[in-house]
Design a binder for this molecule. Structure first.
Ligand code: HAM
Length: 423
């Protein structure tokens, strides 16, 4: 049997890859406008980083990591998300000492999670993510959220919805935690074993449980927003004001808890509301993670960021029938009639490529008609036809496929004359 692609992964073939490149370029461009610089960290890290960074009660750490030992016996994990690695690098490279603060970074990177594959959920996927480290101004939160929202809007998506919540600071979370324990304890036996072990370790995780999400206690669980202390409530109010000021619409959902442990204050998700967009509607998730830098050995540093899957963005574009302005272009295709002419096009095609044009010729010894067909399929702007007769006259015939105009061009001055035909 022939070997097949691993479950939950995909090949991105020519024809699709142009869509990826278009999105990546858009993401780079918007990052530049918002002044975020690219960072590239390793695909694998010490497993310990994710245990400490993502949190050992999360699904990601408990069930979804690709963990292995290398030949030296080191415990390593393919990164399931980008934040932990970026923060590790921030600490290791002492970026907190850089003159320009906050440090604003972005990445477009493969992530790996051993999840049950379905539409929109893969075992290898690509996140465009940003991390802003060193500011606890709620305007920073508004900037990060608006960057994500603007990318979707500039791509042409219309049916998207931003949901925000505040998870508060440590003090607020502690009092919410007590309330959750009081709420769930009497009937914790009705919940799954994961939730039972979460009760003491991290009761907020229960709210994110996929198995027990319809249990009646879920609907009546105490809301974090009622437990925010004054400072946290004021922070959240400021964020909402800034979002309104810059015209970013949002909905508050006190049930939004996110699947990673490092969040506090702002948490947000962006969903697709397009009809026919599968069961998984979350396009982007992010939030504030004050405290993570310290947990990973750095100085006290606030941070906020998001991650969005490119795969899901592409699905959302398809669901909304957005046509991207992508054209595969070929400047010139050479059609040769006769042996000598065929040999000569080897030089010609090279001369155009050297001059910066895209050019191609036949490599399959095809008949003239088939060569014209190939030029057509490749959507070539010009087709240059060289026969042995033309060769004798030191000329080549160049046809503009859009206008139908045909020009006889001297072989010795071919590149200069081809350039002139572009004008
Ligand atoms: P996350 O919510 O785990 O957060 O993932 C963020 C996004 O990654 C999701 O909204 C989704 O678009 C995409 N994603 C996650 N799992 C999959 C999957 N199996 N297949 C396809 N796409 C997936 C994080 O990863 C945080 N690091 C985000 C963040 C950055 N928070 C602060 N800074």
């Amino acid at each position: 049997m022939s070997i097949q692609i691993p479950r939950g992964t995909q090949d991105i073939l020519p024809g699709q890859v142009e869509i990826w490149q278009y999105i990546e370029n858009k993401a780079r461009d918007i990052s530049r406008r918002y002044q975020y610089s690219e960072i590239r960290t390793p695909l694998f890290e010490h497993t310990e980083l994710f245990l400490r960074g993502v949190g050992d009660t999360t699904d990601i750490v408990q069930k979804e990591m690709y963990t292995f030992q290398d030949r030296g016996g080191r415990d390593l994990t393919l990164r399931p998300e980008g934040t932990a690695g970026v923060v590790r690098s921030y600490v290791e490279n002492k970026m907190f000492g850089l003159p320009n603060q906050p440090v604003k970074l972005f990445y477009i990177s493969q992530m790996f999670r051993y999840e049950r594959p379905q539409a929109g959920r893969y075992r290898q996927f690509v996140q465009f993510g940003v991390e802003a480290l060193g500011s606890s101004d709620p305007a920073m939160d508004a900037e990060v959220i608006s960057l994500a929202m603007n990318l979707y809007k500039e791509m042409g998506l219309k049916s998207i919805k931003l949901v925000i919540n505040s998870l508060g600071d440590k003090e607020s979370r502690l009092s919410h935690r007590e309330a959750l324990i009081d709420h769930f304890s009497p009937r914790i036996g009705e919940f799954c074993s994961d939730c039972q072990s979460r009760l003491e370790k991290n009761p907020m995780r229960i709210l994110d449980c996929k198995k027990d999400r319809d249990h009646e206690l879920m609907k009546t669980a105490p809301s974090i927003l009622e437990y925010l202390n004054d400072e946290s409530a004021a922070y959240f109010e400021k964020l909402k004001k800034y979002l309104t000021d810059i015209g970013v619409e949002y909905t508050v959902d006190s049930g939004l808890v996110r699947g990673l442990d490092y969040y506090n204050h702002t948490a947000f998700e962006i969903m697709s509301e397009a009809e026919g967009f599968g069961a998984i509607t979350t396009l982007c998730g992010g939030g504030r993670y004050n405290g993570l830098v310290e947990d990973l050995g750095g100085p006290e540093t606030p941070g906020i960021g998001f991650g969005m899957s490119i795969e899901r963005l592409i699905s959302a574009l398809a669901a909304e029938n957005v046509e991207l302005p992508i054209s595969r272009s070929l400047d010139c295709y050479f059609v040769a009639l006769g042996e000598e002419a065929k040999d000569y096009t080897v030089k010609l095609v090279q001369s155009l490529r050297d001059a910066g044009f895209s050019a191609d010729r036949d490599y399959q010894d095809r008949k003239v008609k088939a060569q014209f067909k190939a030029a057509d399929r490749l959507n070539s702007t010009f087709v240059a036809v060289l026969g042995d007769d033309e060769l004798k006259e030191n000329k080549i015939s160049v046809k503009n496929m859009e206008t139908g105009e045909q020009t006889a061009v001297g072989l010795d001055t071919f590149v200069q004359e081809f350039k002139r035909l572009q004008e």
